[in-house]
Design a protein around this ligand. Structure first.
Ligand SMILES: Cc1ncc(COP(=O)(O)O)c(C=O)c1O
Length: 391
């Protein structure tokens, strides 16, 4: 066989950027997530980050991170199974696990790794994985890596899911995978009903609560609190880089499961442990959520509502959602870029999603207003959106 030069094959398709005169990706950021964000040296209203509670640049969180660095240095230069498992790590796992309402939990360097490693550690070729068709790339890639039978079910559609489960008896193990709050649309899974179906057909539910943890429930404890699921029988994952304003991915569930993953999940065993600054910061965020969540939540949902009303008034097609996410249905890739570009030109940073992150021709532009933004900033954002509506 004639070998080809791989470098000649690696071309990024840039026609969309040429066509729209805008590249919304890898924008250089020059500040932290303050009330205003500096990007390419310009000040923006930031509606693009997952900083729901607005704690990423909170002074108390920064101080906790600095204290952790002073005590432990910047890295333990080891994986958790080796020298990376400092007391702060263990304490945080215990605190997170009881905060969310899990029997036990472990922390990986990211939720992407968690969602990948999970399937590699637990599933085999003779299994079936049933997954909501809108599930996040990290889940899909992890599932595909197993090489087993995969059946997508229609988004949040219990009837379709039940139909697939009814025909699943020949498999050794069946997993049912969903997000809690779907990241691109803000729709929320009927998790309790999914668990009931799993019980009926002896399947194992897996939920990714990345956009629910620190957001849903009366105490910010996520989907299990929101839907009153006290004894979750499945596997729980969540990113710590969204409302919890840091980095890392938690995996939770029964004690035996967590013990098994501690030794057999390669993405945990062979990857350097999260650094002390991250662990210290996360502890401080948990403390803040435990005491201040009702107040922060009020602001977060008020901002969502105000922006939602402005978007609807301005004739944008907004996906109905109970989560603090406003997602615009922008259709084609071109239109998705153009909507993000208009917002950008007016000083608003938002997140455009095109395929493969969303199904073809179902582009989205997502806006999340963190609770740290001032009332004045939100009013400015609303005025900009109203102005766009008039054009
Ligand atoms: C639903 C969902 N799961 C997992 C991830 C990955 O999380 P992390 O950034 O911690 O790797 C994301 C991040 O975009 C997400 O939205």
């Amino acid at each position: 066989m004639v070998r080809e030069n791989i470098m000649e094959r690696l071309r990024v398709e840039e026609s969309l950027v040429e066509q729209t005169g805008f590249n919304p990706y890898y924008i250089e950021i020059n500040s932290g997530l303050e009330n205003r964000l500096l990007a390419k040296g310009q000040s923006f209203i930031n509606l693009a980050s997952n900083n729901y509670l607005g704690l990423a640049a909170d002074e108390r969180v920064k101080e906790a991170a600095i204290r952790a660095v002073e005590k432990y240095g910047v890295s333990l230069c080891g994986t958790p199974i080796a020298t990376g498992y400092i007391d702060l790590y263990k304490k945080l796992e215990q605190e997170l696990s009881s905060f969310i309402g899990l029997e036990d939990a472990i922390i990986l360097p990211s939720c992407y790794q968690a969602n990948n490693g999970l399937f590699l550690a637990l599933a085999r070729k003779e299994d079936l994985i049933i997954v909501d068709r809108n599930a996040h790339s990290s889940l899909i890639q992890g599932i595909k890596a197993v090489g087993c039978k995969i059946r997508p079910f229609l988004h949040n559609n219990l009837e379709h899911l039940a139909g697939i489960l009814q025909r699943s008896h020949k498999y050794r193990q069946v997993f049912v995978v969903t997000e809690s709050v779907f990241s691109t649309d803000g729709t929320i899974a009927p998790l309790k009903a999914i668990i009931d179906l799993c019980e009926e057909y002896q399947a194992l539910p897996i939920v990714d609560d990345s956009h629910g943890l620190g957001v849903l429930g009366s105490g910010g404890r996520g989907i299990l609190e929101e839907q009153q699921i006290p004894d979750f029988p499945g596997i729980y994952t969540a990113s710590l880089g969204k409302a919890l304003a840091n980095a890392g991915g938690v995996v939770g569930g029964r004690k035996e499961l967590i013990k098994y993953l501690k030794y057999y999940c390669p993405h945990l065993v062979y990857s350097t442990a999260l650094p002390p600054a991250v662990l210290g910061g996360l502890e401080a965020v948990l403390d803040i959520i435990k005491t201040e969540f009702p107040l922060i939540k009020k602001r977060l949902y008020l901002y969502k509502q105000l922006i939602n009303e402005a978007l609807i008034e301005a004739d944008f097609s907004v996906i109905p959602s109970k989560a603090p996410i406003n997602s615009l249905n922008t259709g084609s890739k071109e239109n998705t870029f153009l909507v993000a570009k208009r917002l950008y030109e007016e000083g608003i940073l938002a997140t455009p999603f095109i395929e493969p992150a969303v199904p073809i021709k179902q582009g989205r532009v997502r806006l999340i207003a963190g609770a740290n933004l001032s009332q004045g900033t939100i009013e400015e954002a609303i005025a900009i959106i109203e102005g766009l509506g008039q054009q």
